[in-house]
Each structure stands twice: as C-alpha cells, then as structure tokens.
Design a protein around this ligand. Structure first.
Ligand code: TXA
Ligand code: MG
Length: 300
C-alpha cells in the first residue's frame, strides 16, 4: 500500500487527479493548492463549475485551516462524527480557491473514516478536494473497478476495497444556533440532534444554497429505474429486480453496486422494491433521497 500511496502522491504533485477510497464512496481527488488539478477534477467528471467540491482532511488542525472560524458547534460535530460520513459546510478561509466552492463564501469539509484516505492526506500534508469519482449525474462508485469503468485507465486509482457505508456523506450547513441538512446520509437528523440535547440548536432539512445536490436527476443508472413498494402490481418478468434488504446499513452498502449490476441484467428496465415502513424511518433518509433522484418512475 505504501507504494501505491507514493504513486498517488506523485500524480497529485504533478497536478493530476487520483481515485481515492473513502468509507462512503470513492472520490476523485486533487490538491486544494493546485488550480490545475482542481480544474482537472471538473473536466474529468464533466462536472459544471457551479457544483462545489468537498475538502478532505486527515486531522482537526487541517480542518481548522480551511474554515474562517472554528466554533463550539463545529467542534462538537467533529468530535462526535469525525472521522466519518459527515460534511460540515461553514465560512471558508480566504486562501480557499473560489473554484472549490463555486464562488460561495462557504466550504464543505470532511475527515473520511478510511485508512488509505487518511494515510494519503497525512503523507502529502495537503487537504484534498474530492467529489464522488463518477461522471456527472451518474451512479457513484464503491469499488476501484467502478471508478475504472467510469474513467478507464486515464486515472490512477488507489485500491481501498469496497466502501463500508456505500452512499455519500450527510452534508450540513452550520450557522449560529442552526444546523441545516442539505443532503441526508447515514448520519441522521436524530443522531445530530442527540449530541446537542442540552443546547438550543435547531436541526432542519433545508435546500442547499447551491443547485447541484438538488438536481432532480442524479446517481442515475443507464436503464430506466422504477422504485416501488412491496404492494406493487408490476410484472416482474419485465424488470431486472432488486428487493432491498431490511437493514438500512446493508442496503446502503450494496446500493450502488446493485444499481450497476441491474444495468447488466437481461431486461431493458430496472426495478427496486422497498418496504413501505422505510419511509418513516430516518435510517433510510439518505437511501431514499438517492433513489428518488436515480429513478425514472416512482411507484413508492
Ligand atoms: O461522501 C461524500 O461526500 C463523497 C466522498 C468522496 O467524500 N463526496 C461527494 O462529493 O459526494 P460530491 O461532490 O459528489 O457531492 C458533494 C455535495 C454536492 O451536492 C455539493 O453541492 C455539496 O456537497 N457541497 C459541497 N460544498 C458545498 C458548499 N460550500 N455549500 C453547499 N453545498 C456544498
Ligand atoms: Mg456526487
């Protein structure tokens, strides 16, 4: 692995981008202090410049250097959830390139809970900007092979195995007395509220100030995707079908691999069947958010 990490660092120092495993999904990483590698992230993904990038750090001091202010709310969140699948959006330090934040005052930061990502960032000693390593609007990758199927051999990819969480981080905006959930994930609203029990901090779902996470279509497989509850009256013979497992953590871990597998089925359309009760369980918020953007037909 040390060899692989050294190779990745060589690419990064040459202003290239590399595939980086995290516990959520694989990222396409570039150095935050290289405008050229940041540009390359957008061009490799065919991603529009209005969609800001998340900055990945390997320790708290690094995180502090990205934000303008470090307050007790951010500190509490970081202590509880980092390293882990939570991205904190707050005012950026002035040295953070506008290309990373799409010209916003705010920047998203996260400390991934993956040995290979942490080692890479620790060794290069520079935070890495990384969106999910897929073409814009397409299904995110959870293995090295997925990343290679997106970009071919054009991009060097570190192998960190299959991602444990499987869907992207929860993205939250932190303001005075207020936390906004812009993108739900496996860290739920309840989990965030629980750590602020004795303080007057409101946690609410809110539209992000930027459009992209909110794009109606995202995370899409190649074939039409229908999502349906277990009481459907569809003809299963017409679909490549996956019945989601009952456990949200297992479902999230398998989700993007299954979306890719369904695309290789013998039918021309895909179907995912979900239990009705998942709708009222926060553990499913992130999964349902992704599926509602990935679907073309919704019977759920
Ligand atoms: O788990 C993850 O978050 C993965 C891994 C690689 O860390 N990354 C990821 O990045 O999903 P991406 O670029 O595919 O999604 C990042 C989301 C986008 O919807 C973007 O709009 C939002 O985070 N975001 C990033 N910076 C933001 C900012 N300054 N303000 C509001 N939203 C922001
Ligand atoms: Mg993405």
């Amino acid at each position: 692995m040390q060899n692989q990490i050294d190779t990745a660092i060589e690419h990064l120092n040459n202003d290239q981008v590399v595939g980086m495993p995290t516990e959520t999904v694989y990222g396409l990483a570039g150095r935050i202090n290289s405008a050229e590698s940041i540009k390359r992230i957008f061009s490799t993904k065919d991603r529009p410049f209005f969609d800001p990038l998340i900055v990945h750090v390997s320790n708290i001091e690094m995180a502090k250097s990205i934000f303008k202010n470090w307050n007790s709310t951010i500190e509490t969140l970081a202590n509880h959830f980092w390293p882990g699948p939570l991205t904190i959006v707050a005012k950026k330090a002035s040295h953070i390139d506008d290309m990373i934040t799409s010209g916003l005052d705010n920047v998203g930061v996260r400390m991934p809970n993956h040995k290979v990502a942490l080692e890479l960032i620790d060794k290069i000693q520079i935070p890495l900007a990384a969106p999910s390593a897929n073409k814009f609007k397409k299904t995110s990758p959870t293995t090295k092979a997925h990343v290679e199927s997106e970009f071919g051999k054009e991009v060097f990819v570190l192998d960190g195995g299959a991602c444990d969480i499987g869907i992207e981080s929860t993205v939250i905006g932190v303001e005075e007395g207020f936390i906004s959930i812009y993108r739900p994930g496996m860290i739920t609203k309840d989990m965030i509220e629980n750590i602020f029990k004795d303080q007057s901090i409101k946690v609410e779902y809110k539209k992000s100030p930027v459009a992209p996470g909110q794009l109606e279509h995202h995370y899409m497989p190649k074939l039409d995707l229908t999502i349906a509850s277990e009481e459907h009256n569809l003809n299963l013979g017409e679909y490549n079908t996956w019945i989601a497992p009952d456990n949200a953590a297992i479902c999230a871990r398998e989700l993007y691999s299954k979306l890719r597998e369904l695309d290789n089925g013998s039918n021309s359309k895909n179907l995912i069947i979900l239990k009705e009760k998942f709708k009222s369980d926060q553990a499913w918020d992130g999964i349902l958010n992704r599926l509602r953007k990935a679907k073309t037909v919704d019977n759920y």
